[in-house]
Design a protein around this ligand. Sequence first.
Ligand SMILES: Nc1ncnc2c1ncn2[C@@H]1O[C@H](COP(=O)(O)OP(=O)(O)OP(=O)(O)O)[C@@H](O)[C@H]1O
Length: 573
Amino acid sequence: MKHTENAYVYNTLKTLIDICDEGIVAIDRDENVTYLNNTAAAMLGVEAKDYIGNKMKNLIEDTTLYRVMKTKKPEKDVHFSKNNRDFIAYRMPIFNGEEVIGALAVFKDITDYNRMDKELINEREHSKILETIFETAYDWVVLVDKDGVVTMMSQTYLDFLGLKKEDAVGRHVTEVIPNTRMHIVAKTGKSEIGEIQEIKSNHMIATRLPIVIDGKVIGAVGKVNFKDISDFNTMAKKVFNMEKELEYYRDELKKERAGKYSFESIVGVSSGIVKLKSMSQKVAKRSSNVLILGESGTGKELFAHAIHNFSMRANGPFIKVNCAAIPSELLESELFGYEEGAFTGAKKGGKIGKFELADKGSIFLDEIGDMDMKMQAKLLRVLQEKEIERVGGNTTKAIDVRIIAATNKKLDKMVEEGKFREDLYYRLNVVTLNIPPLRERVQDIKLLAKYLVDKLCHNMGIIVTNISEEVMRYLTNYSWPGNIRELENVLERALNLLDKETIIESHHLPTKIVENVSVSNGNIEDLQSTLARMEKEIILKCLKSVNGNKKEAAKRLNISRTSLYQKLEKYGY
Ligand SMILES: Nc1ncnc2c1ncn2[C@@H]1O[C@H](COP(=O)(O)OP(=O)(O)OP(=O)(O)O)[C@@H](O)[C@H]1O
C-alpha cells in the first residue's frame, strides 16, 4: 500500500513538473544531470535523454548551478544564455536532512521580454526626441489624432495663440485654432498645401498633411509656412526676381553661345571679299566641315560666325575653342569633357566638353595648326566616328557637330613637314576659304575704317567722328601686317587721343603709319604688294604735286588717263 502511495505521489509530481511552464533541471552531488523537464529541453533546444546522467557542463557550458551546493543558499534572478536565448533562473540546493545531495534550477526564457523592453526603451527615446524637436521647433506645428484632438503643438505656435500646452493638448483642434481644417484633413486623408488661413487677423499660409499608417489615416500634421501673407509676398517676389535673373543669364549664355556675326557684318567691296562671301554663303548651307585660312586679324572668326548663322544650325550653339590658348594636356578634357574622378582636381560630377556643348550646332576650332599630334589623332577619331568619349569614361556619346577650323599657319606645308596629320588635313579642308590680307583689298580700307570708327564710337560712347582725307590716304597707303585687327587698334588709339575734336587727323596716328613704311626699312612683304603700295604712293605724290589735276598727273607719270583712273579706283580713290 505504502509503495503504491509513493508511486502515485511520484508520478503526479512528475506529470506536474513536465507540464509546468518553467524549465526545471536537477543535478546530483557530482554535477550530473538527474532530471530535465520537457519545457527545459524545449527551451534549451535539446533532447532530455541525451543529457540525463551526463555532466551539467555539457548542457550549459558556463553553468554555476553547483555554487548553491557549496553555499547551501538559494540564488534568485540568475541570468544565463544558450543558443542566443536569454534565461532567468531561481536556484536552490536539495537537502536530505542536513546534507546537500544536489541542486535544482527553475528558469524562464526572457529573450522576447528583453527585446520588447529594448524596443520600448528605443520607442520612448524616439518619441521624447520628436516631442522635444516638435516643441522647440521655430516653426508653428500642430498634430491631431484621427478625431481632431490636439496631441502636440509647438511652443512657438502656443505662444502665438497665447495658450499653455495643457490648454491645447487634449482639446478638439477647432477649440484651439480658429478657422482650422486640421480635423477635416484627419478625416478625409486629403492634403491641403499652401492654403490661406486667418488667425487673429493675420493671413497665414498653412499646409496640412494626413498621417497614414498601414493605409489608415491616424491623424494629421499642420504647419504654418508663412506667418504673414506679406512674408509670402516677399518670398514670392524674391523667387520671381531670381527667376527673371536666371532667365537673363540663360539668354546671355545663349547669346554668348550663338554666332555673333552675320555676313552683313563682314564689310568689303573688293572682288576678293565679295567672291569669298558668296562662296561662304553657299558652303554655309551644306554640312561639310570648313577650313578658314588667312593671316592673323583678317576676319577668320568673323567668317566662322557668319557661316554658322547662315547655316541650318543657326539656332544651335556656336562654341569657340582656341586650340593655342589651352595647354595641350588640358585640351582633351576641354574638348571632350571628363568623368568624375578622371584625374586629381577633376570636378565632382565631371565636366561637359565643348563638343557636347556644340551638339546640333558648330564648333569653331581656332588656331588648329597649334594642336599637337596626339590631339590631332583624337580629333580625327571624332570626325570619323561622330562620337565622343569623356576622359576617364567608358561610354561613347553620338554628337552632331559641324567643324569650322581656322589657322594662320600654312597647313599644307605643315603636312609636308610631318607636323600636321595628312588624314586630318583632308577631313578638315573639304571646303577651304582663303581670306585675303588687307593689303590685297586696298579698296576696302576706307569702308572698313568708316565702319570701325562708327563701331568704336558706339562702344566708347563717343559722338560720331570723321576721318580726315589725309588720314584716309595714310591708312590706304600702309601695308597692314596685322590686317583689320591692326586697323581697328590704330583707330581706337586715335579715338582715345581725340580731345575736343571730332575728326581724326594725322597727328592721331602712330608714326609708323605717317612715316609711310617702305621696303628699305626692313619690312618684308611679297613683291606684288610692295609694287602695288609703291605704285599707289607714287601716283598719290604726283597727284598732290599737280594739285589733283589727273590729266597732268597721267602725263607726268607717262600713262594713259584711263590707266590712271583704273589705278585710282583699284586703290580706293
Ligand atoms: N570684313 C570685316 N568687316 C568688319 N570687321 C572685320 C572684318 N574682318 C575682320 N573684322 C574685325 O577685325 C577683328 C579681327 O577679326 P577676327 O578676329 O575675325 O580675325 P582672325 O583672322 O580670326 O584673327 P586671328 O587669326 O588673330 O584669330 C575683329 O574685331 C573683327 O570684327
